[in-house]
Design a binder for this molecule. Structure first.
Ligand SMILES: NC(=O)c1ccc[n+]([C@@H]2O[C@H](COP(=O)([O-])OP(=O)(O)OC[C@H]3O[C@@H](n4cnc5c(N)ncnc54)[C@H](OP(=O)(O)O)[C@@H]3O)[C@@H](O)[C@H]2O)c1
Length: 326
């Protein structure tokens, strides 16, 4: 089978190559999946460099998220041959087949195409965990979402609007604003380069944001500490901007807000019932058409480089999906 292998770690994708590998042998407790679509997430890019918190030893097959159909499973498995599934593991998804622990898979909503099912999981469960599970979002609250063109951020905008919240989408790429507006009609789109507190204050009539969802870190985080309402939460989701910021403890004290670390995958592992409830809710909302992942482009696995470079160069508005076997 064709697979995208990370043979060595590098900053420029030179350690990645499409190669032929045997179809993985399924172990008990695993499900062999024929992959129809794999979704690229920022951690996949970081893992090619050895810059992610999880550091697999090369060689490994890239790809943490997939959708496809079941080829083989244990007799006692909840899945049967031909079932459509989505999910994945930390690696292995960018190939024609993967053998995945059953606990990491769930049924793909029948109404979703494989490409949409692959785009749904990580982005929406992360956004749901942040905003609703840990952020206690309620209708009418103001939510400021950073890195607005990204997979997790767009999922957050979609979910927050669906919950009846008021959303300020903040992007560092103002040329993407029209597309962000067109996708989910946030209440405002602002540019996050430089200072943005005054704009947030003006838009919210001085209230500031009840929740700030930050996938970028760096200067965006620093300025965001001036944008959270008293009693609000600054949700730390990622550091796409590169610098991991720091905060003096007196700032959340004086301003009366909480800084909340979000680690959606670990949250689901530590609290499996809550994780299952979050995943089920995301699937239900998608099945009903209440939420819909934004897909920037779908490319064959053979054009994996284009996908990784587009993410690295910050060209995407939404997810990029790779289709193996094409
Ligand atoms: N905590 C968790 O559980 C969890 C789960 C999944 C992902 N994450 C993290 O969340 C972050 C976003 O992941 P994602 O998959 O949504 O990534 P993505 O689709 O690539 O989105 C990242 C967005 O961040 C913004 N950005 C700002 N500075 C950037 C830079 N220097 N390089 C690239 N993008 C930059 C861009 O938005 P604009 O151009 O609109 O500003 C970009 O679209 C990553 O740090 C990832 O590791 C965390």
């Amino acid at each position: 089978m064709q697979a995208l292998q990370v043979t060595s770690l590098s900053g420029d994708l030179s350690g990645c190559q499409l190669i032929d590998l045997p179809v993985p042998e399924r172990k008990p407790g695993e499900v062999l999946v024929r992959i129809r679509a794999a979704s690229l997430n920022f951690p996949d890019l970081l893992m090619t460099r050895g810059d992610y918190q999880f550091k697999p030893e090369p060689p490994f097959v890239a790809g943490m998220e997939l959708a496809g159909e079941v080829i083989e499973a244990d007799e006692t498995s909840a899945f049967k041959v031909g079932d459509h599934v989505m999910g994945g593991a930390k690696t292995g998804g960018m190939a024609e087949y993967a053998s995945v622990p059953e606990r990491n898979l769930r049924p793909a909503p029948p109404s979703l195409h494989f490409t949409q099912a692959a785009a749904l999981g990580a982005a929406y469960t992360t956004a749901y965990t942040a905003l609703i599970e840990q952020g206690d979002l309620t209708a009418g609250q103001w939510v400021l979402v950073h890195g607005a063109s990204g997979g997790v951020a767009l999922a957050a905008i979609d979910l927050a609007k669906n919950m009846g919240a008021k959303v300020i989408a903040a992007t560092g790429s103002p040329e993407k604003s029209a597309r962000i507006e067109q996708l989910y009609a946030p209440d405002a789109v602002i540019e996050s380069n430089g200072r943005f507190r005054e704009q947030v204050s003006e838009i919210t009539n001085g209230k500031l944001a009840d929740l700030v969802l930050d996938t970028v870190g760096a200067d965006i985080f620093d300025e965001s500490t001036r944008c959270v309402a008293f009693g609000g939460k600054l949700l730390v989701v990622g550091f796409a901007g590169g610098r991991i910021p720091e905060i003096a403890a007196n700032i959340p004290l004086i301003k009366g807000f909480s800084v909340v670390g979000v680690r959606a995958g670990e949250y689901a592992r530590r609290f499996p019932e809550r994780g299952a409830r979050i995943a089920a809710k995301v699937s239900q909302l998608a099945s009903e058409g209440a939420i819909k992942p934004a897909i920037d482009r779908i490319v064959p696995l053979s054009r994996w480089r284009e996908a990784f470079e587009a993410m690295d160069q910050r060209q995407l508005v939404g997810k990029v999906i790779l289709t193996p076997g094409s």
